[in-house]
Design a protein around this ligand. Structure first.
Ligand SMILES: Cc1cc2nc3c(=O)[nH]c(=O)nc-3n(C[C@H](O)[C@H](O)[C@H](O)COP(=O)(O)OP(=O)(O)OC[C@H]3O[C@@H](n4cnc5c(N)ncnc54)[C@H](O)[C@@H]3O)c2cc1C
Length: 550
């Protein structure tokens, strides 16, 4: 296929906080280099950013409590210019039982949030994108990086997705082949479980000591009746509705104008293949402690996204010839604090400094780009991640042992009893189905406080071109209708929070039906499938959720 070719100096895939911080910082470094008269002169017009969302921020979903450390370095006057919703005024941690809520006498240090801000990441990213565009960066929304261009041992750019193919993959009238975007440096800033990052890490064997492990965060944004929640109030919960064998917890944040951000994070390494993270979140809202806040209010938005929680020991090698990996894609997230935005920004800045030096030296080989992990090592990212390097792994045998080990790690600077603590990929943790236990009826919700998955998907603003090839590649459908039925009972029907996967009977035959247009791009299926036969690839650019205000 004949593709149009464009050449860039730097191509950044993903316009999240990591990708945009990288672009903005690099443009500024180049501008001040050029204005000092130093040689060689560099161009900031040749930095491209690709974003698969229909507009900037559309695929941004987070809690979010922002630790402003990274943003303060990127935009020193952020406090007066950034769209911060409200400063945190009070924080608390609760242990929930099925009917009770026990406030911990002191909020554990990782959950203390004074000095932080509650934000909408969607708004913050739109604003950061505006700053990047003012600095001369070319941002292409509705374009996904679909394929890596390899050259020698490294990466020479990406091919964007073909647009205008029908369901069978045949060109329609509006067919446009993807562009061949070549760059001296390609930066993968795709967030959790990046589709290109996954391929690069596997092809070049870049995996870390531990496999990456993930949690899934199901979130709703509500408008509560006045007076139910103070703006700036931050609460985290442990316990109900998750059993103590599972990793996870809830959050409730009070925003301005009676808005409430709430959600439930669940580790994607549970044993029961019929566990349903969407349903667990709905049950969380039915708890009297949560219900009291929401009752009489209304649902504004719904969304889901995965979170890379493996930390320091799951970090892949972050550089090859011509490419770097940053942000969530590189495991720069502190799972103990449920915070990654500050590290995404800082890692983007350190990548920009590495690339700037490489462009000046006209050498973008792995040898030069290896400066990036060295900069990470010397930065506060390494100090913060090292101090929690065994945190997530400690919960492999349940909540209570996990909390005990966390206390020991706290006093030993992250070392704990075993260092490094090893872990397995989450999908290896399923127990085989107990066939005597019938499948539970699907959760319907009451339509007021709790909702079924389709109603929630409607509130995610998700839209896709219907007549396009399915972007959820199931590599062996025979496994779905054979082994998976008896071994695990098709967990895709349960772990997908957007009702994408359905087992249906047609003419006496069982078949997997994929409702790809419901997909909210959480990547949960790519991660949680027990046989690892679901490959999530980007659909036609512009498809997916619209996380306005999330
Ligand atoms: C439920 C939840 C709650 C969280 N709460 C907090 C919190 O309170 N505080 C905090 O600091 N952090 C929180 N985090 C983590 C935080 O959101 C992430 O660490 C941060 O967003 C990572 O930034 P990033 O730029 O690396 O990735 P992302 O923000 O995921 O951005 C990646 C971007 O790349 C785009 N993209 C991906 N693949 C492609 C492709 N192939 N082509 C083109 N575009 C692509 C995506 O559409 C997306 O816009 C939370 C995360 C979740 C899911």
């Amino acid at each position: 296929m004949k593709r149009e070719r464009l050449d860039a100096d730097v191509l950044i895939v993903g316009a999240g906080p990591a990708g945009l911080a990288c672009a903005l910082h690099l443009a500024r470094l180049i501008r001040s280099h050029n204005s000092s008269g130093a040689k060689p002169e560099l161009s900031a017009d040749n930095i491209y950013v690709l974003e698969k969302g229909r507009e900037l921020g559309a695929h941004q979903l987070s809690g979010a409590v922002l630790d402003p450390r990274g943003l303060a370095e990127l935009v020193p006057d952020f406090a007066s210019t950034a769209p911060l919703d409200t400063p945190v005024t009070d924080d608390a941690a609760y242990f929930l039982t099925s009917g009770g809520a026990w406030k911990l006498p002191i909020t554990p240090p990782p959950l203390q949030n004074h000095g932080n801000y509650i934000i909408s990441l969607n708004k913050l990213v739109k604003w950061l994108g505006g700053l990047a565009e003012q600095a001369g960066i070319n941002i292409f929304t509705q374009f996904a990086g679909a394929k890596l261009i390899y050259e020698g041992d490294g990466v020479a750019g990406v091919i964007t997705e073909d647009k205008g193919l029908d369901k069978e993959g045949r060109p329609k009238d509006n067919f446009t082949p993807g562009y061949e975007l070549r760059a001296k440096v390609t930066v993968l800033a795709e967030g959790p479980r990046g589709s290109l990052t996954k391929v690069l890490v596997a092809d070049k064997k870049l995996g870390g000591l531990n496999p990456q492990v993930y949690s899934i965060g199901v979130k709703e944004l509500w408008e509560a009746p006045p007076g139910r929640i103070a703006p700036g109030w931050v609460a985290h919960t442990l316990g109900w509705p998750l059993p103590s064998s599972m990793y996870g917890g809830g959050w409730i944040y009070g925003l301005r104008d009676n808005r409430v951000s709430l959600g439930l994070v669940t580790g994607l390494e549970y044993h029961d293949p019929r566990f349903d993270p969407h349903e667990a979140f709905q049950r969380f809202k039915m708890h009297p402690f949560v219900r009291r806040i929401l009752e009489g209010g209304k649902l504004v938005r719904y969304g889901v996204k995965t979170i890379p929680v493996g930390g320091w020991y799951s970090m892949p090698r972050t550089y090859v010839d011509g490419a770097l990996i940053i942000g969530d894609s590189a495991s720069f997230l502190n799972s103990q604090r449920l915070k990654g935005i500050h590290m995404a920004i800082k890692s983007g800045m350190l990548a920009a400094e590495t690339i700037f030096e490489a462009l000046r030296a006209a050498d973008t080989s792995a040898k030069t780009l290896a400066e990036f992990p060295r900069k990470i090592e010397q930065s506060w990212i390494a100090r913060e991640l090292r101090s929690v390097r065994n945190f997530h792994q400690s919960f492999q045998h349940g909540l209570w042992l996990g909390l005990a080990q966390t206390a020991i790690q706290f006093v030993t600077g992250g070392r704990g009893l075993v260092d490094p603590m090893r872990t397995r990929a989450g999908h290896e943790e399923y127990h085989k189905l107990d066939s005597a236990r019938p499948a539970p009826p699907r959760f319907a919700g009451d339509g007021v406080l709790t909702f079924d998955r389709l109603t929630d998907v409607y509130h995610s603003g998700t839209r896709h071109e219907e007549d396009q090839p399915c972007h959820l590649h199931v590599l062996d459908l025979n496994i779905c209708v054979g082994r998976c039925v008896t071994e695990y009972g098709n967990p895709c029907q349960y772990f997908c929070p957007a009702a994408v996967y359905e087992m249906v009977e047609e003419k006496g035959k069982r078949r997997l039906k994929i409702n790809a247009s419901n997909c909210v791009h959480c990547k949960g299926c790519d991660i949680a499938d027990p046989y690892q036969i679901i490959d999530w690839v980007p659909p036609e650019g512009g498809g997916g959720p619209n996380y306005e205000g999330m």
